[in-house]
Design a protein around this ligand. Structure first.
Ligand code: EOJ
Ligand code: MG
Length: 324
C-alpha cells in the first residue's frame, strides 16, 4: 500500500498542463525518455485531466493519486517491463487520443478502459515470458497455466486487487452498466497483450479493416501498440536465456546471448509484429503516418547495422535478484 503522506504530497500539487511536463508532450515525435521519472505520476494526472476523464467519470482526485501510486508500486524493476514501460505505452495511447480521430471511433467507456489498461497491462511482470512461467513451474503457472496467457491473467488480477483496495477505486462513481463494462473491457485488453494471440488478432483486424474503415467504431483497439525500445528487452531476454541454461533447457535464439544477432532479431520483430500494426494503424488513422515512418527509419538503421556487421547493443548479464 501507499502512505497518506505520499498521497497528500501529490494531491496538494495543482494538476499541471501538458506543456509544463514537456513542451513536446503532445507530439508523436516526443519520447517519454525525456520525461523525468518522478514527474510521471503528475504527467498521468495531467493526461487524465486533459482527456476530460476526471470530470466525465467523477474520479475523486485523491483516489486517482492513490490508484496511480499503487499501480507504480505494483511494477517490479526488470530492465524493460517496468513502470517506465507502462507509462510509455499509456503516453502513446494518449497521443493517439490527442492526434488521431480515435476518440470519435471509440465509446467513452472504451477510451477510459484502454487508457487505464495501458498503465496496468504489465503490473508485477518478472522479466520472463509465459513459457518460462511454465518451464520453471512458477506460482503464476500453477495459478493460470490451464487457461494460458499466464502473465496477462496475473497483470489483470493485480489490477483488480488495486481497484478493490481501500480508496483506490477510480471507477466508484460509474453507473451500473458502465461499471460492469469497464472491468470487462480492461480484462479483454490486458489479455489481448499476449503476443501469442497478437498474430490472430492482427489477421482479424486486417479483415475488418478491409470491410469498413470504421473498424475502430465497432471494436476497441484491443492490443497495445509498442514504442521501439533501446534493446532493453534483450537484457530481459538474455537473463531468461541464462536461467534456462542453468535449468538445463535450450533457450530460443533471441534469448541466447551466445547466438542472438540483435539487428537481425529487431528486423524480424519489426517485420513480423510491429510494422503490420503500424501499417494497419496508419491506414485506419492517417494522422499516425509519421509513426509508421519513424518505425521504418528504425528498420533502416537496423538493416545498416546488420550489413556493417556491427553490434549496436550487447546487454550484459543482469543479476538474478534484479529480475526476481
Ligand atoms: C524489440 C522487441 N522484440 C521482440 C521479439 C520477440 C517478442 C516475442 O514475444 N515473440 C514471441 C514469438 C513467438 C510467438 C509469441 C510468443 C513467443 C513465441 C514469443 C511472440 C517480443 C519482442 N518485443 C516486445 C514485446 C515483449 C513482450 C510482449 C509484447 C511485446 Cl511487443 N517489445 N519489444 C520487443
Ligand atoms: Mg505484457
Amino acid at each position: 500500500t501507499v502512505t497518506q503522506s505520499e498521497v497528500d504530497l501529490l494531491f496538494s500539487k495543482k494538476i499541471c498542463s501538458t506543456k509544463e511536463i514537456h513542451p513536446e508532450f503532445c507530439l508523436f515525435s516526443s519520447t517519454p525518455r525525456n520525461i523525468l521519472q518522478d514527474s510521471m505520476i503528475p504527467a498521468c494526472l495531467c493526461m487524465f485531466e486533459d482527456l476530460g476523464m476526471i470530470e466525465k467519470w467523477k474520479i475523486p482526485k485523491e483516489v486517482l493519486v492513490r490508484f496511480l501510486l499503487m499501480v507504480r508500486k505494483g511494477y517490479r524493476n526488470p530492465p524493460y517491463h517496468n513502470w517506465i514501460h507502462a507509462f510509455t505505452v499509456a503516453h502513446f495511447c494518449y497521443l493517439l487520443f490527442k492526434n488521431a480521430r480515435i476518440t470519435h471511433q471509440l465509446r467513452d467507456i472504451e477510451l477510459l478502459a484502454l487508457f487505464v489498461a495501458c498503465l496496468c497491462h504489465d503490473i508485477d511482470h518478472r522479466g520472463t515470458t509465459n513459457s518460462f512461467q511454465v518451464s520453471s513451474g512458477s506460482t503464476l503457472a500453477a495459478l493460470y497455466s490451464s487457461k494460458g496467457s499466464v502473465l496477462e491473467r496475473h497483470h489483470f488480477a493485480q489490477t483488480m486487487c488495486i481497484l478493490n483496495s481501500e480508496g483506490c477505486n477510480i471507477f466508484k462513481n460509474l453507473t451500473g452498466k458502465d461499471y460492469k463494462d469497464v472491468f470487462i473491457l480492461i480484462r479483454d485488453i490486458i489479455l489481448a497483450t499476449d503476443l501469442a494471440h497478437h498474430l490472430r488478432i492482427l489477421q482479424d483486424l486486417r479483415k475488418m479493416a478491409e470491410l469498413t474503415k470504421s473498424v475502430l467504431r465497432n471494436h476497441t483497439v484491443k492490443y497495445l501498440v509498442v514504442k521501439m525500445n533501446r534493446g532493453l528487452i534483450y537484457s530481459e531476454f538474455f537473463s531468461q536465456g541464462d536461467k534456462e541454461k542453468h535449468m538445463g533447457l535450450t533457450p530460443m535464439e533471441m534469448m541466447d546471448r551466445e547466438r542472438a544477432v540483435i539487428p537481425k532479431l529487431q528486423i524480424d520483430f519489426l517485420d513480423a509484429i510491429a510494422l503490420p500494426v503500424y501499417r494497419l494503424l496508419s491506414s485506419l488513422l492517417p494522422e499516425t503516418q509519421e509513426v509508421l515512418e519513424t518505425v521504418l527509419s528504425n528498420r533502416q538503421k537496423w538493416q545498416k547495422a546488420q550489413e556493417d556487421g556491427d553490434y549496436v547493443y550487447r546487454p550484459v548479464a543482469t543479476s538474478d535478484k534484479e529480475i526476481q
